[in-house]
Every structure is written in structure tokens, then in C-alpha cells.
Design a protein around this ligand. Sequence first.
Ligand code: SAH
Length: 248
Amino acid sequence: MKGKNLAFSLAFIATLFAIFSLLPGSCADQMLKMEEKGMDENREEMIRVLIAYGVRDEKVLEAMRKVKRHKFLPAGYFSREAYGDHPLPIGYGQTISQPYIVAYMTEKIAPAAGEKVLEIGTGSGYQAAVLAELGADVYSIEIVPELASHSIEVLAGENYKCTVKCGDGYKGWPEHSPFSVIIVTCAPEKLPEKLVEQLAEGGRMILPLGSSHLQRLVILRKHGEKIATEEDLAVRFVPMVNGSEPMR
Ligand code: SAH
């Protein structure tokens, strides 16, 4: 009896596949369009949540309204989940930050169009896309090779011109420095000196600082020899790993 049920289920699934593959191109396109429309609505709902949480910067809201967050999730993750206000796994033990934190950090450093921005921890590429949507000239470093290649592919597919490399964020990117803005999306225990060095005069940096259990967002501003720091929200990011022991 069980064997019969299994055979029946397999036949049923095979029939569904056959019907789907016979659908005319326009019909499949139609389904894709409906899916994208659903995503647009989910994204609008995400924006409503961000506003309810206090995000006010119209440019940031507009950028997040445009970036298709679901496209940045690696294959195998449910794109339906993309717009909930929570972090999501992106593989290799890493996560894409919750939309509110992306909006909050972006609002705090407010990159202007044309400003050179360095991101540490490309992950899925989503934060880089939001920065690019704001018109920033984005450089981003990711230590996990597979995530670096995934983000390069998605960013190009979505037409964002970001320069991404696989490497150790502690070293920064001296060839392209100084940066007007540095945004770190993984948490070091101590302030990475090289990043402070690569910050432009008048530049600002935002990073989660602390151990894996206790971190605070810190905002730095560089004025000549002086570095002004300001402690902000308590947060929880994945640790910034030591580049001498690359993680896989
Ligand atoms: N900004 C990302 C989310 C970042 S998750 C997004 O929008 O999806 C943090 C990322 O930092 C992870 O992908 C992790 O691999 C990376 N990371 C950790 N230590 C790093 C280091 N030393 N240098 C560069 N990237 C690092």
C-alpha cells in the first residue's frame, strides 16, 4: 500500500513538472511577474516597519525601497523571508543584518552621492547595494571567498557598480584610501587601526565594537589628529575574524 502511495505521489509530481514545463513562455513570465509584485509589496511593508521604528532619512528609505533584498539571499533560502525585520542566514555561519540595522547604520553615516565608502564584511552584498543606490562609490571586502563571489555576481546582476574583493578587512584597502565613510558590518573586539588610518579627514566610521556577547555601535569622526567617538546602540553582529586564520 505504501509503495503504491509513493508511486502515485511520484507520478503526481512528475505530472506537475510536465505541465509546468509545457506552460508557454509568457505564462511562466506572468508567474515571475506576480512573484516580483509580491516582493514589491513585501518591500513596501518593510519600509512601513522601518518608518514605525523611527527611520526618517528619505534617501535611505528610498534606497531600501529600491534594492531587491530577496535577490541577495543565496539559493536555497526562502526569498519570502527576505523582508521580515530580522537577520537571515546566508551560509558559512554568517547572516545578513536585519533591515532596521542596515537602515540605522546607513542613516547614521549618511553617505552622499559620489562619496567613497569602504564596507568591511560584504556578506550577501545587500548593504553594499543600499550604499550604491545612494550614489556612493562603494568598495567592500569579504573574507569568505564563496560569499565574495556570490555578492560580486548578485551586485553585477542587479546593476550595482561596487568594487568587491576577497580579503582581510583588518588591512583595509590602502590602494583606494582615503575613504570618506567606513562601515564595518562584523564586530572586532578592538578598533582596527588600519581602518582609522584610511579614513579621510572629516570622514566618519561606524562599527559594532566588542566581544561576541556584548557589542555597541561606535561612531568615529576624524578631525585632524583628533578622533571623536560616540557610543550608540547595543547590537549583536558576527565577529570580525582574524585574517591570519581565514574562515571557511
Ligand atoms: N553586510 C552584509 C552582512 C555582513 S555579515 C550584508 O549586507 O549581507 C558579516 C560579514 O563579515 C560576513 O560575511 C563575514 O564573513 C565577514 N567578515 C568577518 N570577518 C571579516 C574580516 N576580517 N574581513 C572581511 N570580512 C569579514
